[in-house]
Design a protein around this ligand. Structure first.
Ligand code: ZN
Ligand code: ZN
Ligand code: ZN
Ligand code: ZN
Length: 213
């Protein structure tokens, strides 16, 4: 059973074949994909990745009903391709439950392995959390949609009003942070602080730099 077949084959047929595949070969399929995904940033394997991604994106048969029949390795492969995240096929990753993997494929769960919140996270019904598929307000930057692999590797800025987060760099680049008087300070104090204003709420809330959650 080849990697491409796992990415494109009918869910039940591939599941059946994988069930009868020796563990050693399952590990080989996963490590083949792991190498492809790890190589993307260095521009290696990019053609093979784009081919696999096209196969997965073109599928219309990945529904809750079909995914229930899927083999665990099949789900790991599909999720890793969809999210470009080699963590899902990394032998060092602790096993993620079958149901969680299916939910990531259906955009119902965050694809950050360290977070994996059910979406919309924190039950937020704001227009961004509801409409941006796969977005997780627990761990992702509202500007660039990325999360940090090490959650403390970068400074984050939070909006006091809506409780959403952004990388400090992203907020500055996009003009969501501006200098202005702090409305909570006594007038005439002459003190000017950076204010964080997000386009959605248009409220300059006090600058708060902290880590999400
Ligand atoms: Zn939200
Ligand atoms: Zn998350
Ligand atoms: Zn960002
Ligand atoms: Zn806000």
């Amino acid at each position: 059973l080849a990697l491409r077949e796992v990415a494109v084959g009918k869910v039940d047929l591939v599941a059946k074949k994988l069930k009868n595949t020796p563990v050693k070969q399952l590990v080989e399929i996963k490590s083949e994909l792991w190498l492809i995904l790890e190589g993307i940033n260095g521009c290696r394997h990019i053609d093979e990745f784009l081919y696999l991604q096209g196969l997965v994106q073109g599928r219309r048969d990945l529904t809750p009903a079909t995914l229930r029949m899927a083999h665990l390795v099949q789900l790991q492969v599909l999720v890793a391709i969809k999210t470009r995240n080699p963590g899902f096929v990394d032998s060092a990753t602790v096993d993620i439950p079958h149901s969680h993997l299916a939910e990531v494929l259906l955009n119902k769960r965050c694809w950050n392995i360290a977070c994996r919140s059910a979406l919309p996270a924190k039950d937020c019904r704001c227009s961004i959390c509801v409409s941006r598929s796969g977005f997780c307000c627990s761990c992702m930057c509202i500007v660039c949609n990325q999360f940090d692999p090490q959650s403390n590797s970068c400074r984050w800025i939070g909006c006091d009003d809506c409780r959403h987060w952004s990388h400090t760099d992203c907020a500055i680049r996009d003009g969501h942070v501006r200098a202005g008087p702090n409305p909570n300070r006594a007038e005439g104090s002459g003190y000017v602080e950076m204010l964080w204003a997000m386009w959605r709420c248009f409220i300059g809330a006090n600058l708060a730099i902290a880590l999400p959650r």
